[in-house]
Design a protein around this ligand. Structure first.
Ligand SMILES: CCCCCCCCCCCC(=O)SCCNC(=O)CCNC(=O)[C@H](O)C(C)(C)COP(=O)(O)OP(=O)(O)OC[C@H]1O[C@@H](n2cnc3c(N)ncnc32)[C@H](O)[C@@H]1OP(=O)(O)O
Length: 241
């Protein structure tokens, strides 16, 4: 259905999620790594610790990197823009010619959550558990994300929930878009604190993927928000515009 992309998503799976802890054949893994290697040189992985990370974020990063050692969890790298091969495929299959022509605008595009300087916006790292179809995101929301004084803006909370839920849906279903996101904001989130966003696939029905999430303090005592979302797998035979 998604020829070029299927290869890449398969590569993502090979690199990310050996099912049941069984590694795919070495040759297949090397080929998948090769597919990704040129991009890794160009783009900096923004999900690795930097000097703006507070001790809570570093601690959670270290704890989950340890959990990755037995293969049950996988660290998801994150770059300033989406993979050039996926973007190319997306443009070719889903964008009208007139939009595709605006190459300059598209070449300047950045992933919204990675468009701030270190420490000012979203500092986050995600880990995925293939067996549980679950993604966790540890996020430290910086001072440029303020809504009420001292607290995060609700739109920034929606953004990081959507980004975590969409990663969960992309891993489970390929190229998807959010069609519905319902959030209950239960407690305000202090600026610069670290929260954990836990997303899981509840159900897949044809092209529909139902994802639920909650946002908690890292000691899990405070439930800040919960959310449900619906993603639709894009149909390459339908134009987006
Ligand atoms: C690394 C890779 C990066 C690749 C790119 C990854 C991007 C991820 C980005 C992060 C997330 C985002 O920000 S996404 C950006 C925000 N979202 C959007 O802009 C999406 C706008 N919506 C759309 O363009 C469209 O709805 C589509 C293309 C998503 C789907 O349109 P479609 O293909 O025509 O599908 P359609 O027939 O309408 O719907 C399919 C089925 O879903 C149901 N359905 C549709 N909408 C809803 C809804 N709100 N609530 C309930 N059900 C719904 C329909 O009834 C139907 O059910 P049935 O009759 O079959 O039962």
């Amino acid at each position: 259905m998604f020829p070029a992309c299927a290869v890449r998503l398969r590569a993502l799976h090979i690199l990310r999620a050996p099912r049941g802890g069984v590694l795919p054949p070495a040759g297949e893994r090397r080929a998948a790594q090769k597919l990704f290697s040129s991009e890794k040189v160009i783009h900096k992985d923004r999900s690795l610790p930097n000097s703006s990370w507070n001790s809570d974020l570093k601690l959670m990063f270290d704890q989950f990197m340890k959990k990755c050692e037995d293969g049950s969890w996988e660290h998801l790298p994150s770059y300033g823009s989406r993979s050039s091969q996926i973007v190319q495929y997306f443009k070719e299959v889903f964008l009208e010619t007139k939009l595709r022509k605006d190459e300059q605008m598209l070449s300047q595009a950045r992933l919204f959550t990675r468009s701030y300087e270190d420490g000012l916006g979203f500092e986050y790292v995600m880990f995925h558990n293939e067996q549980e179809k679950r993604t966790v995101c540890f996020c430290q929301g910086g001072p440029y994300l303020q809504g009420p004084p001292g607290f995060l803006h609700g739109g920034s909370i929606a953004t990081i929930i959507d980004e975590t839920a969409s990663m969960t849906a992309i891993i489970a279903g390929g190229i998807v878009m959010t069609v519905n996101l319902n959030i209950n904001y239960k407690r305000p989130i202090p600026l610069c604190s670290v929260v954990v966003i836990n997303c899981q696939v509840d159900k897949i029905e044809g092209r529909k993927l139902f994802i639920s999430c909650d946002v908690r303090s890292i000691d899990e005592k405070t439930l800040y928000s919960d959310a449900t979302s619906l993603f639709i797998k894009l149909d390459p035979n339908k134009s987006l515009t």
